[in-house]
Write a protein that binds this ligand. Sequence first.
Ligand code: ADP
Length: 327
Amino acid sequence: MIQFEQVTKEYTPGKPVVSDVTMEIQDGEFFVLIGPSGSGKTTTLKMINRLIPLTKGWIKIDGTPISEFHLQELRWNIGYVLQQIALFPNMTVEENILVVPEMKKWPQDQMKKRVTQLLDRIGLDPHTYRNRNISSLSGGEQQRVGVARALAADPDIILMDEPFSALDPVSRNQLRQDVSRLQKELKKTIVFVTHDMQEAIQLGDRIGLMNNGKIEQIGTPKAILEKPKNEFVRNFLQTGLPNYKEQTRIHELAAQGYIQEETFHSDSVSPVLSSEDPLDALIVALAAHPLAYVTHPDNRPAGVVTQESLLAFLAANLDADEAVTTE
Ligand code: ADP
């Protein structure tokens, strides 16, 4: 577990950019820090592996303050993936992946096996890729190697700072799915910084929304979408997710198979919604009821939308490229 206790960071004395942050990130959790540019996300992330020293408070990993760890051990035991793919361009894929295992002096055969295993996991054929030069790979392939390198020495915690934002939309979406799957398989704790709400919804077990160095709200994507805690959170969702407010209509849910066709007779069902209604009516209904009943404009029943299927729909349909983010 990673615990923040009243953590403050001031680059200039008296001017905190991270202010009194208290939160806990659980083992095996995919935790997303999101917020506008300059809200303190990267600073918060980098304090975890002491790339940035904190000014006040404590960060503890499994109960031990990070200041008590040997710095090199701490860094080796926390994987780190950056936006600008920080690989060595004149080295091979294998050499890049093995930077930390080399420093830890792993036996040669174990390192070879590890590279094969990791390349398999991240979807790069080991035979084709292990001896390729980094500079000959596409951006998406390089970032896969970046993820493999972060995983190489099997750290429990991985920090990711906007790791996919420099990629084209197709590679970005593919890598998101792969990292999400890997995290579930490997049960790593991931702390992930983004300014993209779609990414946060898609990846996060929980999301911490930052503003001016403070955490405005922490919760599951569902809890934040359904119950934004204050005006800032509501505005952030609205500007980050325009399609969800303005363009998407319920018939798209039906067309994509998110409406279950079934008759029902449940007390927990919301008022009937017509499919002419915009999606926000459905979101409001599903905040109060586990299910909503949707009809076609001519009143033929369309079926049931659950909170889960709505969330899955939102994650699949919010187009980050069209979204006006707060960056
Ligand atoms: P985010 O990741 O949310 O964009 P950052 O953590 O990078 O935010 O930055 C938070 C604030 O701290 C910003 O106002 C930024 O200008 C400032 N800041 C970041 N790094 C430094 C630094 N090394 N020295 C002084 N100010 C900094």
